[in-house]
Design a protein around this ligand. Structure first.
Ligand code: SAM
Length: 234
């Protein structure tokens, strides 16, 4: 393993990065970021800061974000085809999880490129596990749509017989709870995981109505949030 890491074989390395606490970078992720020939990233400035914190010297970065996924994905796959080892990172957590990544992975598969998917930080797994709700089967839905289709998305999400995990912006958390309650789900058990792995990490538990009463009506929660909803008993 060590030797392949010093001299990485050509391929696409999917590298999760911390969602808060820098200590959550794995030893292997750090080594791959050190040894790869280029890093495909959402935000070159942000990834530059990450490399600095990890004491990794500057290296070639290729911009890969939601607005250039298609063309950049083709370009990156072409570079790997020429023999490059490329690490894919997002701003935080696991690339491809509510972040760009899917198209590049697809492109790499279609081009016969080797893929190495490194395990590591992501927000939904610690939130799910800390919720205390059943984890034997669960549904991860990412972000609800902001406008069109939002109501039906939330209604469908809440009718599933599994623990359901959602990402939501803190600016829309009060709206989310109002919608939940309006749709007759005030009694649903919820856990909000906030600022996982950061200084103000907290878990807010209760029914949708209880949590809504806790939230200040004119002030949204601050920080990053995962919402976990327990399945209704069928
Ligand atoms: N790729 C990331 C992952 O693997 O989880 C997700 C990226 S998505 C653009 C960002 C969302 O992830 C946030 O809006 C929030 O819902 C969730 N998130 C990221 N970091 C978090 C943290 N430290 N605590 C709680 N939620 C977090």
């Amino acid at each position: 393993m060590e030797s392949t890491l010093v001299n990485l074989e050509p391929g696409l390395y999917i590298v999760p990065t911390p969602i808060g606490n820098m200590d959550d970078i794995t030893i292997r992720s750090r080594r791959v970021l050190s040894a790869c020939q280029a890093i495909a990233c959402e935000d070159t400035r942000r990834t530059g800061q990450l490399l600095k914190k990890l004491n990794i010297p500057k290296k070639r970065m290729i911009s890969y974000h939601e607005h250039n996924e298609q063309e950049s994905g083709k370009y990156i796959a072409g570079e790997i085809d020429k023999g490059l080892s490329v690490a894919l990172v997002s701003d935080a957590g696991t690339p491809g999880i509510s972040d760009p990544g899917y198209r590049l992975v697809r492109e790499a598969i279609d081009s016969g490129i080797s893929i190495f998917s490194l395990p590591g930080p992501t927000a939904f797994v610690p939130a799910l596990v800390a919720s205390g709700f059943p984890t034997n089967s669960f549904l991860f839905l990412g972000f609800p749509p902001q406008k069109k289709g939002r109501k039906s998305f939330i209604r469908d999400a809440l009718s599933q017989p599994f623990t359901t995990v959602l990402y939501e912006s803190p600016h829309r958390i009060n709206k989310f709870f109002a919608e939940l309650i309006d749709s007759g789900n005030g009694d649903r058990e919820i856990c909000i995981a906030r600022e996982i792995s950061k200084i103000f990490e907290e878990y807010i538990r209760g029914t949708a109505l209880e949590i809504q009463n806790e939230l200040s009506p004119d002030r949204n929660l601050k920080g990053e949030i995962v919402i976990v909803v327990k399945a209704r008993k069928h």
